[in-house]
Design a binder for this molecule. Structure first.
Ligand code: PLP
Length: 407
């Protein structure tokens, strides 16, 4: 067996389809976000501005977060030293779980090493807890939810994105006696649109289903204390399982679910993705807890974040660029051509010191290739001016239309 040839075949397939991924090597500069140093493959470096990061609020350089991490690191060392069950549960983990449960107003919360793992481990474990479970899932759910549903090996149904009629039609066709979960997101990260949370909760009530929401792109950023869109809209109590990340707006790493004490107890006891892996380092848990706590009391930062997104959208629309505007903090600019999308991204980086990753198929459908900007409170007016000038220049160079049409 020629294993190397098989690897070549697999990699060549990606190259042929234009799907081969190259990573841009950057090093962020603490205290100077969103500035970073870009290291080219030839070893040369230059300063750039990051416009596509998910550290939405700049919490990765927040002094209280760093102080909490330093303190825990000096107090307890590098790693946790074990799985949660075997010597890896510390006061830092317990404190963070309490902080998360308080954030969402739930009885309990459960930490995972990432929100990806939290989705995968939880969704794949639910069928063990509810035999005969049917998971009804939005077609645009994140890869981690799709993987979790697959790994659960239970019956699944996919409803068209945000289509409540289709969801109802599916629910009506299911055995009324079967246990069901409706799985969806509060903000879909590629279009920046919101899920119809209240209406989905109504359908869940009507058909006796549990609700599972991914709030990864909302926690820290929406709601009076950062509890996400479910907090903003007063709907958290209607959700059975809330999934969130500590790696995006909270600026650290890790993931979680927040739910009833019994649900958390059951997932904790049955999910291999929780049980058989080393727990997060205490310093990470300490930093994440400090970040959540800080953002509970800093609504100003959330308002500045939203204001930045509004300003950027208004300026892009003013230039006639086609953007998706669903009123969230995510600013996708439609290019609609994979080659031009990559070219604009390359030129922004090389000629303007602006880093925005092109988003092509299969992350988004063909023909909707886009640049996805994530303005934050740490982006200054000069940086925004430079972005606008750079995009204006390249839009002309690529002969792209300025339809001013918004989604
Ligand atoms: C990034 C992302 C995740 C995974 O979060 P991590 O903590 O980075 O693993 C889950 N769901 C959605 C919608 C995401 O965009």
């Amino acid at each position: 067996m020629d294993y190397t040839a098989k690897l070549d075949t697999a990699l060549n397939r990606l190259h042929e389809e234009g799907r081969y991924r190259t990573f841009i090597d950057i090093e962020r500069r603490k205290g100077q976000f969103p500035r970073a140093v870009w290291r080219r493959p030839d070893g040369t470096e230059s300063e750039i501005t990051v416009w596509c990061g998910n550290d939405y609020l700049g919490m990765g350089q927040q002094p209280e977060v760093l102080a909490a991490m330093h303190e825990a690191l000096d107090a307890t060392g590098a790693g946790s030293g074990g799985t949660r069950n075997i010597s890896g549960t510390t006061v830092y983990h317990k404190r963070l779980e309490a902080e998360i449960a308080d954030l969402h107003g739930t009885e309990a919360a459960l930490l995972f090493t990432s929100a990806y793992i939290a989705n995968d481990a939880t969704l794949s474990t639910l069928p063990l807890l509810f035999p005969g479970l049917i998971i009804v899932s939005d077609e645009l759910n994140h890869a981690s939810m799709i993987q979790g549903i697959r790994h659960g090996n239970c019956e699944k149904r996919i409803f068209r994105h945000n289509d409540l009629d289709h969801l109802r039609e599916i629910l009506e066709g299911l055995d009324p006696a079967a246990p069901k979960v409706i799985a969806f997101e509060s903000i879909y990260s590629m279009d920046g649109d919101f899920g119809p949370i209240e209406e989905i909760c109504d359908l869940a009530d009507e058909f006796g289903a549990l609700t599972y929401i991914d709030e990864v792109h909302a926690v820290g950023m929406y709601g009076p204390r950062g509890g996400g869109v479910t907090e903003r809209d007063g709907l958290a109590h209607r959700i059975d399982i809330i999934n969130g990340t500590l790696g995006k707006a909270y600026g650290v790493v890790g993931g979680y679910i927040a739910a009833s004490a019994k649900m958390v107890d059951a997932i904790r006891s049955y999910a291999p993705g929780f049980i058989f892996t080393t727990s997060l380092p205490p310093a990470i848990a300490a930093g994440a807890a400090a970040s959540i706590s800080h953002l509970k009391n800093n609504h100003f930062l959330r308002e500045r974040h939203q204001a930045q997104a509004r300003v950027l959208k208004a300026r892009l629309k003013g230039m006639g660029l086609p953007i998706f505007d669903h009123g969230s903090h995510i600013v996708p600019v439609l290019v609609g051509d994979p080659v031009k999308c990559k070219m604009i991204s390359d030129k922004l980086l090389e000629d303007h010191g602006i880093y925005v990753q092109p988003i092509n198929f299969p992350t988004v459908p063909r023909g909707t290739e886009r640049l996805r900007f994530t303005p934050s409170p740490v982006h200054g007016p000069d940086e925004m001016d430079r972005l606008i000038r750079g995009l204006d220049d390249l839009w002309g160079q690529c002969a792209l239309s300025r339809s001013a049409q918004t989604a």
